[in-house]
Design a protein around this ligand. Structure first.
Ligand code: ATP
Ligand code: MG
Length: 719
């Protein structure tokens, strides 16, 4: 007797199975597009992976499946999941010869067409290049290349930023990119998002025209072009049909964070919606700031045409004129988080202004509430986190199942240093690593140069910060420096190009100051900062944000006894353990993840630490412009909290350093708990105060009244 083949999807719940089986087998007549909309941790991504496996089990050619994910990492993870489902199916089928025979011959197929919209777009464009008037050898510019090209065009058009305060190239690129991705008009984008550049509309238009031409003559595509050209392609009926026909199935994860171009691509390729599956959660839409729109997921049900049967599930609302209503599947069981974590997260999102009510429940009972940890400042926050990480590890939680999440890259500086100090390896995702950021490197280079004026790397870096000094002059100076035993003399007698004389004098004084025997560390860093800040302001539009990093560095420095120690410690920061994006250097080694919340999307860890859950950080200062921004910040906190499986630690530093907008300067602020965790929600948390208040430190008591501000205008004279 051959046992019946095990159902490969038996462990999925009924709703998940619906999604996995939609339009397949006995439902083959149902060609409606499929939308899976559900809350965090309900198995959307998992279901998508099972669906891909099921498509292949039903004979779909893996070459004709297009799987679009949010990041390269997510694509890799998805392929792993598909392969694992297929592997399990195979194993189960070993008990049944006939079932095994019915399986496709390549049981663990690679999915050649999985990746981000951008990476898939690049491949398709390369293939179709000649037919759409592109040279197939086109170069793809990354963001910094694109900025540089824009800078060149701007120069040619005589729109220099320094002379007439025209927006800087980074800002110009952001404006351009936003226009492309939202498919809006320049005027609208300026009016809604870049109001301070609105006066330059005509010039910007000319600049972008020049930029597009330059890309064309140089046979270059930028990041946005990868979507734009693809979207253009599907407006050509012949090409659209060809593209659509080469994929039987198009599946998209995290659909709530796609932009208009991406929706246009999907619709253009599959106008009748057959074979289309998208999954997402409107409550987790966090990329509006980059042009994504939650409308895509909300409009999805009624957007497709064609002659298929109409929707029967009812939730879809009115069908478009003669259109096909999508099949909608909602998932309600959360498999990720414990009950207390889920309840706290649900409470946060329930307050959302626009909330498409979803039910989420879990079987994962626990007596451990999420913790809300009140600490005096960010140094204590870092210490508490490091100690808790080690305690978790003692208790058997690998570092890999723990993550530290934060709103902005610079928020993790203290934690990075604390982990490094204690030898806890980590990788950081999202944004530049604090110590790799240009401006932090600049600051360190100043200190290094003063320490060892023969150090060529630091020297080149520092001298070229001086306006009027380029690589040639810098090299000439450093050559002279290398041949002399009297650095000060070389500095004093060096002849910079005419226009750079004054600035050079300032630099010479800086050097003299830093070398002064009576200068006691950490005054060095304040001195370096005083010299550097004006350059920072001149070089970067977002100097405000960057200045926060410099302040961070200064405070970190104050914990050290000497320049030497400080620089050594930071240099020894093991580059392996902190290397970025490309993935961990040693796969088997245990390391924890530090990530911006934005980059943590879709992932989960047993223990999650959320840094700085205070007003001014979450919601961020920059995000308080209007109520739509605030709502996005709330969803951001929801995304952060819902990454946790068993332990959630929400940090609330009582005081932290805040860099304000240009006008108000920097200050130490007493922070208030994030407005998204209201007083009514407090019982859902275990509240911890650490270290417990000691009578000797009255300064660490709760502030009375509203926000008290203690000014520490270090270097205020410079502004
Ligand atoms: P997010 O909204 O954060 O992207 P998601 O809805 O995509 O979450 P998944 O990441 O797919 O959720 O799943 C969350 C967790 O639940 C994963 O660990 C997954 O393996 C597990 N899971 C999903 N479905 C089931 C199931 N039927 N049985 C057991 N575990 C499941
Ligand atoms: Mg997911």
């Amino acid at each position: 007797v051959t046992p019946a083949p095990t159902d490969p999807f038996a462990e999925l719940n009924p709703a998940q199975q619906d999604a996995v089986r939609h339009g397949l087998g006995d439902q083959a007549a149902d060609t409606r597009p499929l939308l899976v909309i559900a809350g965090a941790g309900s198995g959307k991504t998992n279901t998508l992976a099972h669906r891909v496996a099921n498509l292949i089990l039903h004979g779909a050619d893996p070459q004709r499946i297009l799987l679009l994910t949010f990041s390269r990492r997510a694509a890799v993870e998805m392929e792993r999941r598909v392969a694992s489902v297929m592997g399990r199916v195979l194993k189960a089928s070993q008990s049944s010869a006939s079932f095994a025979a019915s399986l496709p011959t390549t049981p663990l197929p690679a999915l050649p067409w999985s990746g981000t919209f951008h990476s898939v777009g690049a491949r398709l464009l390369r293939e179709y290049a000649l037919r759409i008037g592109l040279d197939e050898t086109f170069t793809i510019h990354d963001r910094s290349d694109s900025e540089d090209l824009l800078g060149l065009v701007r120069h040619d058009l005589n729109l220099s930023a320094t002379k007439n305060r025209f927006p800087q190239k980074g800002t110009c690129l952001s404006i351009y990119s936003r226009v492309v991705n939202t498919q809006g008009s320049l005027a609208d984008v300026l009016a809604s998002t870049f109001t301070w550049c609105a006066a330059w509309e005509t010039e910007l238009k000319a600049l972008f025209r020049g930029y597009v031409e330059a890309k064309q003559t140089q046979n270059v595509l930028d990041y946005d072009d990868l979507l734009l050209f693809w979207a253009e392609m599907v407006t050509e009926p012949v090409l659209a049909a060809e593209l659509g026909n080469r994929f039987d199935h198009v599946l998209v994860d995290e659909y709530q964070d796609t932009n208009r171009l991406q929706a246009a691509i999907l619709l253009g390729m599959k106008p009748d919606g057959a074979g289309v599956t998208v999954v997402g959660d409107d409550a987790q839409s966090i990329y509006a700031f980059r042009g994504a729109t939650v409308r895509n997921i909300l409009d999805f049900p009624n957007q497709f045409g064609g002659v298929g049967q109409d929707g029967q599930d009812g939730q879809a609302g009115q069908a478009g004129q003669g259109g096909k209503v999508a099949r909608i599947v909602t998932l309600e069981r959360n498999y990720r988080s414990t009950q207390p974590i889920l309840e706290a997260s649900n409470a946060v999102i329930a307050q959302a202004r626009e909330c498409y009510a979803k039910t989420l429940w879990t079987n994962k009972m626990s007596s451990m509430k999420p913790q809300l940890v009140l600490v005096p400042d960010e140094a204590d926050e870092a210490r508490w986190v490091a100690e808790r990480v080690l305690a978790h590890r003692e208790a058997g939680l690998r570092l890999k199942s723990q993550a530290v999440l934060f709103r902005t890259s610079s928020h993790s500086a203290a934690v990075e240093l604390e982990l490094t100090r204690r030898g806890i390896p980590f990788v950081k995702f999202g944004g530049l690593k604090f110590l790799e950021a240009t401006h932090v490197k600049d600051m360190l280079a100043i200190l290094r140069f003063a320490q060892n004026p023969r150090g060529r790397l630091a020297g080149m870096r520092v001298t070229q910060l001086i306006p009027g000094i380029g690589a040639v002059t810098a090299a000439r100076f450093l050559d002279a420096m290398a041949q002399s035993t009297e650095p000060q003399a070389v500095l004093d007698s060096f002849e910079p190009p005419g226009g750079a004389k004054l600035e050079w004098q300032a630099f010479v004084s800086l050097y003299r100051g830093l070398r002064h025997p009576q200068l006691a560390w950490p005054a060095d860093i304040s001195l370096a900062k005083q010299w550097y800040l004006p350059h920072l302001e001149r070089l970067h539009d977002d100097a405000d944000v960057r200045r926060a990093d410099i302040e961070n560095l200064e405070r970190i420095a104050s914990g050290y006894a000497s320049t030497e120690r400080f620089l050594t410690d930071l240099t020894l920061d093991p580059p392996d353990a902190t290397s970025d994006q490309s993935g961990a250097p040693y796969r088997d080694e245990d390391y924890m993840v530090l990530s911006t919340i934005h980059s943590a999307k879709g992932q989960e860890w047993k223990a999650v630490f959320v840094l700085r859950a205070v007003d001014g950080c979450i919601p961020s200062d920059l995000g308080t412009g209007n109520s739509a921004d605030i709502e996005e910040e709330r969803r951001l906190l929801y995304v952060a909290m819902t990454r946790a499986r068993d332990y959630l630690h929400v940090m609330q530093p009582h005081r932290f350093y805040l860099t304000q907008q240009r006008t108000s300067g920097d200050r130490h602020v007493y922070a208030l708990r994030t407005r998204f965790i209201t007083a009514a929600m407090l019982p859902r948390f275990e509240r911890i105060s650490w270290p417990s208040a000691s009578p000797g430190t009255p300064g660490r008591m709760q502030p009375t009244g509203a926000v008290m501000q203690v000014r520490e205008r270090v270097g205020a004279a410079w502004r």
